[in-house]
Design a protein around this ligand. Structure first.
Ligand SMILES: Nc1nc2c(ncn2[C@@H]2O[C@H](COP(=O)(O)OP(=O)(O)OP(=O)(O)O)[C@@H](O)[C@H]2O)c(=O)[nH]1
Ligand SMILES: [Mg+2]
Length: 525
């Protein structure tokens, strides 16, 4: 079957913004979008309390608390590129969502808070990027506030992460006195100018070194000296070493004031890798120019209270996608019609006609699609499953009002599919009273809030005293069902999960039943 090829040849860049909580990811997301002139006024980012929310924090709970709970994809155009950007939640309780996103991007922008330096979640995420071979661009954010010495920050990145920092810009003025940056490639001074409330694009002036020295005095001289020191130390950008994961280019910014945002976007387009061949489950690769293929990395509902819909986010890996084409759903072998494909911008969407490798598309009401599923045209392909982590917190849940059981069941099933929590069931407990399993307790709060507001089925939860989950085989499950203090349940994907009060009990059960499989699940740490 031959299809007209897309005449859209604009290069793609697909990246995630990741970091420890509160480093400014959503604020930077908004600033990047503002810079690309997608929105004219950055939606009042007044700080955590009382802000109306950034474009990527659309969920009510995100707006109430000023934190990101779920990742948000935004597609926009800039300088003849198509940019696919995903803002991720920083909180460790939502790290599964962040990891799912990291399976779907080609590079990551890692934010570091200038005052806090490297924090535990930052280190963890750096390791995940290293494992996945995702090149990382580092942004030292909040330079408008008092913070650490820039050379010290570079030292921290090198020592604690083992990545060689290669600054592209260097701050002029200490943290808290952010005047601009020294562009280490051109040697010129880029001066940032404040605008009222940082709500519009920050104007900048480009000045030659001599003028910067005359106007900025010691702040410039210090920046100049440190820049030379970095060069003498070999800390200059090298594209191959960056792509190999040996170095990380560094930029300095204040997302809140829109300082340095232009440089981040421009250098990203220039340096971040374009989409490349995707590894397949069978151990080969799908080249970008092979027939269409994509995989689902996220499922989300409740984005639009007026329309009860469910969006599956798919990353295009190869070929040309055209809305309306009928593709194959690899896990069922069934045809899948893509009539309702959309481009996603936070909670907003527009119809998409074509998409190329690197693009993230939203498939509406694609109820058959699950996280990790492959869809494709042409030769069969399956992309590797996206792992779920070993849960460490468990609650039993039931509908507060028995009359709302239908809504309850639908809500629980939807949240399970989204991976908000894992839902475990057993015949003993019945469908009315399943067990929710989470990596972090905040996931339960999201369930409680969404069950009430979105599904109209308020729930009651009771904490269970299990702390360990392991996997067993169907044929071993019956034996384990008779064992004291433990419980065997089933996950939606058919996996048999055993819950233990603690690791000692897991150990004694394994010792008493040497023929039974008790397998660890992938750890989140
Ligand atoms: N002074 C200053 N504050 C900033 C800057 N960037 C972000 N903030 C503030 O830091 C707080 C956290 O910003 P967010 O953008 O929500 O941080 P986040 O990384 O998305 O947080 P999570 O998604 O919850 O992990 C907000 O109050 C922002 O206004 C900055 O460059 N300078
Ligand atoms: Mg955020």
């Amino acid at each position: 079957m031959s299809r007209p090829l897309s005449d859209d040849h604009r290069p793609r860049r697909t990246f995630a913004i990741i970091s420890h909580p509160d480093a400014g990811k959503s604020t930077l997301t908004e600033a990047l979008v503002l810079h690309a002139q997608v929105i004219t006024e950055a939606g009042a980012v007044h700080g955590k309390a009382g802000r109306s929310g950034t474009v990527s924090d659309w969920m009510q709970m995100e707006r109430d608390r000023g934190i990101s709970i779920t990742s948000a994809a935004l597609q926009f155009e800039y300088a003849d590129h198509v940019v696919n950007m995903v803002d991720t939640p920083g909180h460790a309780d939502f790290s599964e969502d962040t990891y799912r996103v990291l399976s779907a991007v080609d590079s990551a922008v890692m934010l570091v808070d200038a005052a806090k330096g490297l924090e535990p979640q930052t280190l963890k995420l750096f390791r995940v990027c290293a494992l996945r071979g995702i090149p990382v661009i580092t942004v030292i954010n909040k330079w408008d506030r008092p913070g650490l010495d820039p050379l010290e920050l570079m030292d921290g990145i090198e020592k604690q992460i083992g990545l060689r920092p290669t600054p592209l810009t260097w701050p002029v003025g200490i943290a808290g006195d952010f005047r601009g940056v020294l562009d280490r490639r051109s040697g010129e001074f880029i001066r940032y100018l404040r605008t009222a409330g940082g709500s519009t694009r920050a104007p900048e002036q480009h000045l030659p070194a001599e003028q910067a020295a005359a106007e900025e005095g010691e702040a410039w001289t210090t920046a100049q000296e440190e820049h030379e020191l970095l060069s003498a130390d070999g800390a200059d950008h090298d594209q191959q070493r960056f792509l190999d994961g040996a170095t990380t280019p560094v930029l300095f910014a204040s997302a809140l004031l829109n300082f340095g945002v232009a440089q981040i976007l421009e250098r990203l387009l220039e340096l971040a890798p374009p989409p490349h061949a995707t590894p397949t489950e069978a151990g080969g690769v799908r080249e970008v120019d092979e027939p269409f293929s994509a995989f689902v990395f996220k499922v989300q509902s409740g984005m639009d209270s007026a329309h009860r819909d469910r969006l599956a986010y798919a990353r295009v890996c190869s070929g040309v996608f055209e809305r309306g084409m009928v593709v194959k759903h690899a896990s069922t072998g069934r045809p899948f019609a893509t009539k309702y494909a959309q481009a996603v911008f936070g909670r907003e969407r527009s119809s998409v006609e074509t998409a190329l490798p690197g693009d993230i598309i939203g498939l509406v009401n694609a109820n058959a699609l699950r996280v990790g599923d492959t869809i494709h045209d042409g030769p069969s392909v399956r992309f590797p499953a996206i792992p779920t982590f070993a849960p460490e917190h468990f609650m039993s849940v039931r509908a507060k009002e028995s009359g709302r059981y239908k809504q309850f069941r639908r809500g629980i099933e939807q949240l399970d599919q989204e991976g908000v929590v894992q839902v475990l069931r057993s015949t003993v407990r019945g469908d009315q009273n399943p067990v929710l399993a989470a990596v972090g307790p905040m996931q339960f709060e999201v369930v409680a809030a969404r069950m009430e507001t979105e599904f109209n089925a308020p729930v009651t939860m009771d904490s269970l005293s299990y702390t360990i989950a392991r996997r067993t085989r169907a044929e071993d499950a019956d034996v384990l069902r008779g064992v004291r203090q433990i419980e065997v349940l089933e996950r939606a994907d058919g996996a048999h999960i055993v819950l233990f009060p603690d690791k000692w009990r897991a150990h004694t059960v394994a010792r008493d039943h040497p023929d039974i499989l008790i397998e660890e699940l992938p750890a989140s740490t």
